[in-house]
Structures are given as structure tokens and as C-alpha cells.
Design a protein around this ligand. Structure first.
Ligand SMILES: C[S@@+](CC[C@H](N)C(=O)[O-])C[C@H]1O[C@@H](n2cnc3c(N)ncnc32)[C@H](O)[C@@H]1O
Length: 301
């Protein structure tokens, strides 16, 4: 039985596959761009003992606090910085860190974030429509929902959610906000639910899932950040160094796949995963979040 203390604990996905793929060795320096609760980072630091260092980035103070606790035992070998991974080049320079032997991007949100109703990432419980990883950022999901034009909302839902009822849902959002501002996760969930046809409500996934994904991606510019970070990370790798990216939906995975293909064609990397690695049935059973995870790995030539 989970206790209150560990019920929000983040379980790192594809942990053994990631560590085997990144292959950190004693003394290696490694960058974890999305350190989260420090699960992958801790396993890396065990492998790079006694003196390998890890630079861990996250935008979320709550995640960094959790990582700080988890990685305390590694002392000064673990360095944690609040930063956006799209700025990883600047962070590496300012910390005189790199070239690195391995780099990891484990995209999206952690359980600490999705399970906390106050963060507004989920419609399972009511909370403010926030969805920011970085709580010092001004833009929230509520700003987008209440201020963007119907055309802009349609595009966001279509492009970032691959939502086939994007137009219908955008229209319903605009109609609803004329009555009252849309401020809560359950309020938005109800608007989406009320807008879509009956067969869609009875579908495999909840009809608001794609809308929430799209708004999260737009609020945090998630695809833009990945696009920006990948070439910087490749530059930061030592020759023979490894890059691992764990993605959770096809839009992210497509960006990584295309980047790897182009760099391999240019002779800069060897792609180590012809197909992305996915979780075993046993891991999916233990951690449902692993179901959509895909790991791609490359080695710098
Ligand atoms: C899937 S979790 C990482 C979990 C981590 N690997 C672990 O084992 O605990 C993703 C993390 O990335 C952070 N994040 C999302 N976008 C970010 C960005 N642009 N820059 C830095 N961190 C980001 C989130 O706050 C979250 O903590």
C-alpha cells in the first residue's frame, strides 16, 4: 500500500534501458536536462562513482527539492540548477561543465506535477488551469484558454493534441468563456465533454485528454524547447558520448527521430536504437506512465 509520503513519488521510466544505453562509467560527467525527482540521476551517479559528476536541470522548484533530497548522498558530485533545458548551452558554460559523456532528456511532467491538483495538469481532480513547469513564468493555460482567438485555439488543439474535434472544442471554449472565465480543470473538462459527440465520449481515452496535452505543450512551448536543445546537447557531448531521449507522445518522438536521422546522415552520430525502446509488460504493470514512453539513443561519432 502506498503511504501518504510516497504516493506522489515519481518512478523513473525505462530505468535499466536508459542506464544500459547511456552506459555511464566511473568518472564520467553527465547532464540530466530534466532531473525531476532524481531517479535516473541517482542511478547514473551510482555508476559514475567515485568522482563522476552530474549536472541536473529542472524548471520546477518542487522537483529540484525532491532531487536534492534523493541525491544528497552524492554530495558535490550532484549539481542542481533551476533552468530551462533549451538554455543548456549557457548553463554548461556558466558551470564550466562539459564536454559530457552522456546526456539525458526525459520529457514531459513527473508524477509530482501531474498528481498535484494545484498544478492544474490533470482533470482527474479539480484545480486551477495552470500547467506551468516554471511557476515564475507569466503565461498559464488559463491565459491561453481565456484570451486566444478561436482560430488560435483550434490550431493549438489540432497541432499539439492531434485532436480531430479541435474546431468544435475551440468553438465551445469561446462560447463558454463569454458566460464566465474558464479557471478550473474540471470546468474545462466539462466544456470539452459537452462539446464532443457521444461516440467520442465512450472512446478509449477521455475526450479531454488531447485538449489537456495540447494546452500543456502550448503553455510550456515543449516542442520548441526540444527542437532547440537537441543540437546543443549533441555539441556538448564528447566524442563517443551518448544521448538518450525519452518521449511520451508521437509529436516529441517525431522530432527526436528526424533529428537523429539527419545527424546520422551527416555522419555526426550513430543511432543505437533502430526502433525506440519501450517498456516491458512488467514495467507497464508497475508504472502505467511507462506505457507511452519511448527511448531513443545515439552515440556521437
Ligand atoms: C519526466 S520528469 C523527469 C523525471 C526524472 N527523470 C526522474 O527520474 O525523476 C520531467 C521533468 O522535466 C521538467 N521539465 C519540463 N520541461 C522542462 C524544461 N523545458 N526545462 C527543464 N525542465 C523541464 C519537469 O518539471 C519534470 O520535473
Amino acid at each position: 500500500m502506498p503511504t501518504d509520503e510516497n504516493k506522489n513519488e515519481h518512478i523513473p521510466v525505462l530505468l535499466s534501458e536508459t542506464i544500459a544505453g547511456l552506459d555511464p562509467r566511473p568518472g564520467d560527467d553527465v547532464i540530466d536536462c530534466t532531473v525531476g525527482a532524481g531517479g535516473h540521476a541517482s542511478a547514473v551517479l551510482e555508476r559514475t562513482s567515485p568522482d563522476g559528476r552530474l549536472l541536473g536541470l529542472d524548471l520546477d522548484e518542487t522537483a529540484l527539492d525532491a532531487a536534492r533530497r534523493k541525491l544528497e548522498r552524492f554530495g558535490s558530485r550532484a549539481m542542481l540548477v533551476r533552468a530551462n533545458y533549451k538554455d543548456v548551452g549557457r548553463v554548461l558554460l556558466s558551470h564550466s561543465f562539459g564536454p559530457v559523456q552522456a546526456a539525458l532528456l526525459d520529457l514531459g511532467f513527473s508524477s509530482l506535477e501531474i498528481d498535484d491538483p494545484a498544478r492544474g495538469f490533470s482533470f482527474r481532480k479539480d484545480g486551477p488551469l495552470d500547467m506551468r513547469y516554471d511557476r515564475s513564468q507569466e503565461l498559464t493555460a488559463a491565459d491561453i484558454v481565456n484570451n486566444d482567438s478561436e482560430e488560435s485555439l483550434t490550431r493549438i488543439l489540432w497541432e499539439y493534441g492531434e485532436e480531430k474535434f479541435s474546431r468544435t472544442i475551440a468553438r465551445a471554449i469561446v462560447a463558454a468563456r463569454r458566460q464566465a472565465p474558464i479557471v478550473g480543470t474540471l470546468q474545462l473538462e466539462q466544456i470539452v465533454y459537452g462539446a464532443v459527440p457521444g461516440f467520442y465520449r465512450r472512446g478509449r481515452i477521455h475526450p479531454a485528454t488531447r485538449t489537456f496535452q495540447a494546452l500543456r505543450i502550448a503553455t510550456n512551448d515543449e516542442l520548441g524547447n526540444v527542437q532547440t536543445a537537441l543540437p546543443i546537447l549533441l555539441d556538448a557531448l564528447a566524442s563517443g558520448g551518448r544521448l538518450g531521449v525519452i518521449s511520451f507522445h508521437s509529436l516529441e518522438d517525431r522530432i527526436v527521430k528526424k533529428f537523429f536521422e539527419a545527424q546520422a546522415a551527416a555522419g555526426r552520430i550513430e543511432v543505437l536504437t533502430k526502433r525506440p525502446l519501450i517498456a516491458t509488460d512488467e514495467e507497464n504493470e508497475r508504472n502505467p506512465r511507462a506505457r507511452s514512453a519511448k527511448l531513443r539513443l545515439a552515440r556521437k561519432l
